[in-house]
Design a protein around this ligand. Structure first.
Ligand code: OSB
Ligand code: MG
Length: 368
């Protein structure tokens, strides 16, 4: 499979509602759609960057720089037998995983299309439908939070994740438990606490959360191992896990009992599959995290979630939870029991119409 050119589309899509985490408020999604052209087909990937380096170190600007100046020269005009070979040629370049994932995943889609197979099948997926949850940002008030959760429960989402931070934790979690009883509920702290908060974090045990996601440092594994011994609630790691080696270390010291896999954070499907496999071998369930993706990134998330150890509902909500208008046709929809049905059309299984939300288009062609 020869990659003849890459097209980078800088995108700006308005979010229906702002999304607030412990690190800030997101109103528009600014990210990059990567097109990999070759064999008469186009494969699509998404670099799920945020506008500022507050979730991880990458931004729209760094991803453009890394793709244009370092990743594109390694793939444009080159032949690949398999998309995992792209991960291999990117190995010498340190981190910048979201940029890498945008390119590698575009090649996965292209590869699946040239074989006339769904991306899920090419990845080794086994499920035809996947259960989904919804991630709910920090709100202005508890009544507003309860109203938002009620709306998504009525849309049959199977698990509620609420963002927490100091000052927006015990009381809001307690209110949600009181109001909605035994729903599947979890909390995501996005690194907002330290070991000094152990007494407060222990108080959360009372609310029988499915898990608490990334309570401590974004770059920590060790302290999470200390905290997990103090908590009944399972810890799920997000920010701390960049590759299968991180997963192995975290599991070996008991730093988590669950892992959130995000394609961007780990650099694409190749590494995501490795993390999935090491977790499976250690009986650590995984689920697919989200980065407020457009339909393109979302369909990649759906495909990876068809692997067998994606046991827990992920953050792969329907397109309408984020956008009035998405760039894929069909868009991603959730059925009335909270499942997304996996397409068996080639590749990601949708047409892409990115023009309307494209702010800038950069074409990178082979010179030879
Ligand atoms: O920590 O999982 C996170 C969104 C942006 C950055 C980080 C996170 C999130 C989410 C949203 O929780 C998940 C989604 O609905 O896409
Ligand atoms: Mg998270």
């Amino acid at each position: 499979m020869r990659i003849t050119k890459l097209v980078l589309r800088v995108m700006n899509m308005p979010l229906k509602e702002y999304f607030e985490t412990s690190f800030g408020r997101e109103k528009d999604r600014e990210f990059i759609i990567v097109e990999a052209h070759g064999e008469g087909e186009i494969g699509y990937g998404e670099a799920t960057v945020m506008h500022a380096p507050l979730y991880n170190e990458e931004t729209l600007g760094t991803a453009l720089h890394i793709i244009r100046d370092f990743l594109a020269p390694l793939v444009v005009g080159k032949d690949f037998a398999h998309p995992s070979d792209v991960a291999q040629v990117f190995k010498p370049i340190r981190r910048n995983n979201i940029a890498k994932a945008g390119v590698e995943n575009a090649v996965w889609d292209l590869y699946a299309k040239t074989r006339q197979q769904s991306l899920a099948k090419v990845i080794g997926g086994v499920k035809t439908k996947i259960p989904v949850g919804v991630s709910i940002g920090i709100k202005e008030s508890i009544p507003e939070l309860l109203k938002t959760i009620e709306k998504y429960l009525l849309q049959n989402y199977r698990r509620i994740k609420m963002k927490i931070k100091p000052g927006w934790d015990i009381a809001s979690v307690a209110a949600v438990r009181r109001e909605f009883g035994d729903i599947l509920l979890m909390a995501d702290a996005n690194s907002a606490y330290t070991l000094a908060d152990i007494p407060m974090l222990k108080r959360l045990d009372e609310f029988r959360l499915m898990m608490i996601e990334q309570p401590l440092g974004h770059d920590d594994i060790i302290d999470h191992g200390v905290l997990q011994k103090e908590l009944v609630t399972p810890i799920c790691l997000d920010e701390s896990i960049h590759n299968a080696e991180d997963a192995r270390k975290a599991i070996s010291i008991g730093a988590c009992r669950i892992i959130n896999i995000k394609l961007g954070r780990v650099g694409g499907h190749t590494e995501a599959i490795k993390i999935h496999d090491i977790c499976r071998a250690n009986a650590i369930p995984v689920w697919c995290g989200g980065m407020l993706e457009s339909g393109v990134g979302r369909l990649h998330n759906v495909a990876i979630t068809t692997l067998p150890n994606f046991i827990l509902p992920g953050d792969t909500s329907g397109s309408d939870r984020y956008f009035d208008e998405d760039i894929t046709d069909p868009t991603v929809t959730v059925d009335n029991e909270g499942y997304i049905h996996v397409s068996d059309e080639p590749g990601i299984g949708a047409q892409v119409n990115a023009e309307k939300f494209t702010v800038e288009k950069i074409t990178i062609e082979a010179h030879n």
